[in-house]
Ligand binder design. Structure first.
Ligand code: TXD
Length: 316
């Protein structure tokens, strides 16, 4: 079997961690592209030189030339500016749209058969733009947000209940913005609905308050990290989250992961990229998992989708 090839567009904070994770897991050969001369070459040399210690053996190349991404199976895009304290993700749209336009053209020309995972913000708008410019099928252009948003929600629940983060399953839907939809009803600890456990601990009324606080913290979790770092945004967690998606695609694992997907009627959304659970395999999005939302959940979803629409329509 030929080795897989992963190209990473953007060699900044997230790009560097992505490259290291690809190497550590030997997902395939890796190309790191950036417009800054020397940056991707330096990072890849640094990661390559520790292969004998970490015991990975893959080809790692840093480049400033799109030609090097040819024959990629998966391309992960982080090119674009991150937030600074006080900024919303949407404030990045103008500058990152220009960057995404050139990146998507590069991928279209040199890696026309690849599956693209976009990470750059504002996420839902950048995925939309990337699909539009490449013209790739919707199933081959997706975005990472939900794996991370769900992991943040699961972390808060585990810390609150004093249980292992490994045993919490949580899910968020919707856009990657302040209106994202953490789905309390489908969140569980080892299969037990989370509200049942919180009610045992606190009684019904306080349990509701505690959950509301965790939902709020999840919605603002990206900003919480930005406020602490002051110079940029989260990078370890978005990288790991995108790698889970890439691995499911490269190994055809068919994992069900919250993914920013193009919807055509699912959850009442038509013609927009929004976060929903999807089966990820070697064809990209192989199916979207649908289920019933109650009235309150649907209202939150509609609000989140309205925010995505507003932003995406502003690009037209
Ligand atoms: O979960 C999520 N989706 C996210 C997204 C979570 C956190 C941060 N997220 C967003 O990812 C963030 O708001 C940014 O838009 C991207 C990348 O974040 P990162 O922290 O990696 O930003 P850096 O360190 O500034 O790196 C960006 C790199 C930098 O090296 C630039 O030189 C490069 O992008 N860049 C380009 N690369 C290729 N082509 C072009 N045109 C280009 N312009 C800049």
């Amino acid at each position: 079997m030929a080795r897989k090839k992963i190209s990473l567009i953007g060699g900044g904070q997230i790009g560097g961690v992505l490259a290291q994770l690809c190497a550590l897991r030997e997902l395939g050969d890796v190309v790191l592209f950036d417009i800054v001369e020397g940056l991707p070459q330096g990072k890849m040399l640094d990661i390559a030189e520790v292969g004998p210690v970490d015991r990975y053996d893959v080809d790692l190349k840093g480049t400033n030339s799109y030609e090097d991404i040819k024959d990629s199976d998966v391309v992960i895009v982080t090119a674009g500016l991150p937030r600074k304290p006080g900024m919303s993700r949407d404030d990045l749209i103008e500058v990152n749209s220009k960057i995404m336009t050139s990146v998507a053209e590069g991928i279209k020309t040199y890696a026309p058969n690849s599956i693209i995972i976009v990470i750059s913000n504002p996420l839902d708008a950048m995925v939309t733009l990337c699909q539009k410019i490449t013209g790739f099928p919707y199933s081959r252009v997706i975005g990472q947000a939900g794996v991370l948003d769900s992991a943040r929600f699961a972390s808060f629940i585990a810390w609150e209940l004093g249980v292992s983060v490994k045993d919490v399953t949580a899910m968020t839907l919707g856009g990657h913005g302040d209106d994202m939809v953490p789905l309390v009803r489908y969140t569980s600890v080892c299969g037990i609905p989370v509200m049942e456990l919180l009610e045992q601990k606190y009684g019904a009324e306080k349990a509701k308050e505690v959950m509301e606080a965790m939902v709020k913290r999840t919605r603002g979790a990206g900003g919480e990290v930005v406020a602490l770092l002051k110079t940029g945004s989260a990078f370890y967690s978005p990288a790991s989250s995108a790698i889970a998606m890439a691995e499911s695609i490269l190994k055809d694992q068919k994992r069900v992961l919250p993914t920013c997907c193009f919807l055509q009627g699912e959850f009442g959304v038509n013609g927009y990229y929004v976060g929903v659970p999807a089966v990820l395999g070697d064809k990209g999005v192989e199916s979207i998992i649908q289920f019933k939302l109650d009235a309150e959940e649907q209202a939150m979803m509609d609000k989140s989708v309205a925010a995505v629409k507003g932003l995406v329509d502003s690009m037209k």
